[in-house]
Design a protein. Structure first.
Ligand code: ATP
Ligand code: HMH
Length: 269
């Protein structure tokens, strides 16, 4: 079985972060492992507190995994602060980790800073060069590139800018625009538009985490970056189609729709 690591923050409500990643890994038939960078107290309505994990403990989690187990792909999500970013970059370089997907998580849907503003530079200089695929949403791409994004053409320009910062592929996600959910994949030469109709739902908690975890799982399974991304896009689309309301706010996507469909359970939730 392929083994995939998520390096990310914990979401107590289970819709995003480490919890989303492990669910996506299971649904892809890969073995999920985790390095927890921060613990958040959050739910469908917002983020209420964050406790960063000591850098020494982050180092030890990375060491414990890589000293013992072969890691086929790594997904990086919430990294919180500069020291954490440096520890992750050093650890991944030390063990020559491959198939790294960086989701440059910055601000939660509810507006909470999951990456300290002063750590954006460190994310750019330490993590982007290690990435096989980086998956910014529109506000993150604007922050990284300094460009304003309105149109698909603007997305292409920003993807091109981000590509020269070092990642092999840039997947700029269009979830924050208004029409179809169009993401743009740039490999340094050509742009591929991946488009699905927009689903009318407010339950999109953890969409970005889920997509990047699915891409990492697909890379571990041996798919090319292009295939890993287009399969990931199909996965997130169906997971949003089957998303559901828990709590009073933005509900989570559904990772196990295939299993439930097979068992005739989708309507019993
Ligand atoms: N309502 C929707 N219908 C269909 N696809 C969507 C919808 N919202 C987002 N997507 C898709 O979901 C994926 C994640 O995109 P999005 O831009 O929402 O990520 P994100 O903002 O990083 O998510 P998060 O808030 O979890 O950080 C993309 O492929 C995007 O096109
Ligand atoms: C822990 C965590 N990571 C990522 C996100 C994505 O927005 C979130 N809400 N929480």
């Amino acid at each position: 079985m392929k083994k995939v690591l998520t390096i990310a923050g914990s979401d107590s409500s289970g819709g995003a972060g480490i919890q989303a990643d492990l669910k996506a890994f299971s649904a892809h038939g890969v073995f999920g492992m985790s390095v927890i960078t921060a613990v958040t107290a959050q739910n469908t309505q917002g983020v209420f507190a964050v406790q960063d994990i000591d850098v020494a403990v982050i180092d030890k989690q990375i060491e414990a995994i890589f000293d013992d187990i072969t890691v086929d792909a790594v997904k990086i999500g919430m990294v919180s602060r500069t020291e954490t970013i440096k520890a992750i970059a050093n650890g991944l370089k030390k063990y020559n980790a491959q198939n790294i997907v960086v989701d440059p998580v910055m601000i939660s849907k509810s507006g909470y800073y999951l990456l300290q503003p002063e750590a954006v530079e460190a994310l750019i200089s330490y993590l982007l060069p290690l990435a096989s695929v980086v998956t910014p949403n529109i506000p993150e791409a604007e922050e990284i590139s300094g460009l304003k994004i309105h149109s698909l053409k603007d997305m292409e320009e920003a993807a091109k800018f981000i590509h020269q910062l070092g990642p092999k592929y840039v997947l700029l996600k269009g979830g924050h625009r208004e029409d179809d959910a169009t993401d743009i994949l740039f490999d340094g030469e050509s742009y591929q538009h991946l488009s699905t109709p927009r689903i009318a739902t407010q339950n999109t908690h953890g969409t970005g985490c889920t997509l990047s975890a699915a891409i990492a799982a697909n890379l571990a399974r041996g798919y090319s970056a292009q295939e890993a991304v287009s399969k990931g896009k199909e996965y997130i689309h169906t997971a949003i189609e089957h998303s559901f309301a828990i709590g009073k706010g933005v509900g989570p996507v559904h990772h196990f729709y295939n299993l439930y469909k097979g068992a005739g359970m989708l309507n019993d939730e």
